[in-house]
Design a protein around this ligand. Structure first.
Ligand code: ZN
Length: 106
């Protein structure tokens, strides 16, 4: 289990979510990327694991309306496209950070 980020910042003008990890390192993730990788049952088919809502399916200007915590294991995001069922566990956010870093390098 990943530890919670020590800090979470929302950069509205740059449309980035900034996560600071307790082990060190910072991740900057575009809002749209995070929204498009929502892990909830409306976005990913629970049975097949197939992704039904992807980055290209969400508005380019999507932004978080509200951030909250679910216990100490996940971030809950209410998005500007009125999607609020996504729970982003720390593990998932860490995975997204690696995925985005890998995509940015290639
Ligand atoms: Zn979702």
């Amino acid at each position: 289990m990943a530890s919670p980020p020590s800090n979470i910042k929302v950069h509205r003008e740059r449309r980035l979510l900034e996560l600071t990890w307790p082990e060190g390192g910072t991740s900057l993730l575009p809002f749209r990327f995070v929204r498009g990788r929502c892990p909830c049952a409306a976005c990913v088919d629970e049975n097949t694991g197939e992704r039904m809502v992807d980055v290209m399916d969400v508005p380019a200007d999507v932004a978080p309306k509200q951030l909250g915590f679910s216990g100490n294991y996940a971030l809950r995001v209410e998005w500007s496209d009125d999607h609020d069922t996504g729970l982003y566990t720390w593990d998932w956010l860490e995975q997204l950070s690696q995925e985005f870093a890998a995509a940015s390098r290639s």
